[in-house]
Write a protein that binds this ligand. Structure first.
Ligand code: 2BA
Length: 115
């Protein structure tokens, strides 16, 4: 089993979650914040069988394609103050995906392991 962690833009999250559910996969969305821009993004967590990992990553790729350039020079001075110097613009959007092995998954109900 694997755990797929996809960090995406918040505006892509609903479409992605719908596509994941349509394929019979399960996901959890966490509202997160990028460490560099400190803008809200979304982290989608998916536990799945090894043979479905490629499919899951393809769904993320398909639904989180847009990347836009953010011009930091155009941002307000207070905002730019937070950021490392010398960076003028960055591309945001699309997705960043990590795949990690899962040692064990358990699902509990009524005090019983119903995995
Ligand atoms: P942020 O950290 O807010 O980064 C937003 C975008 O800013 C990044 O897009 C990248 O284009 C740029 N950027 C980030 N760090 C930079 C730096 N030190 N110098 C210049 N430009 C920089 P993405 O690479 O697509 O990342 C989107 C979001 O995915 C990130 O938001 C962060 O929340 C997450 N992320 C990306 N790589 C990660 C990693 N290795 N570990 C954990 N989270 C990661």
């Amino acid at each position: 089993m694997k755990f797929v962690i996809a960090i995406i833009q918040d505006y892509d999250a609903d479409r992605l979650l719908r596509a994941i559910a349509e394929r019979g996969l399960q996901a959890t969305k966490i509202s997160s914040t990028g460490g560099f821009l400190r803008m809200g993004n979304a982290t989608i967590l998916m536990g799945l069988e090894n043979e479905r990992v490629r499919e899951a990553i393809a769904i993320v790729q398909q639904h989180c394609r847009s990347r836009v350039e953010v011009q930091l020079d155009a941002a307000s001075p207070e905002y730019v103050e937070w950021l490392p110097g010398g960076v003028h613009d960055v591309m945001v959007g699309g997705g960043v995906v990590f795949t990690v092995p899962v040692e064990r998954m358990a699902r509990f109900a009524g005090g019983k392991d119903v995995t």
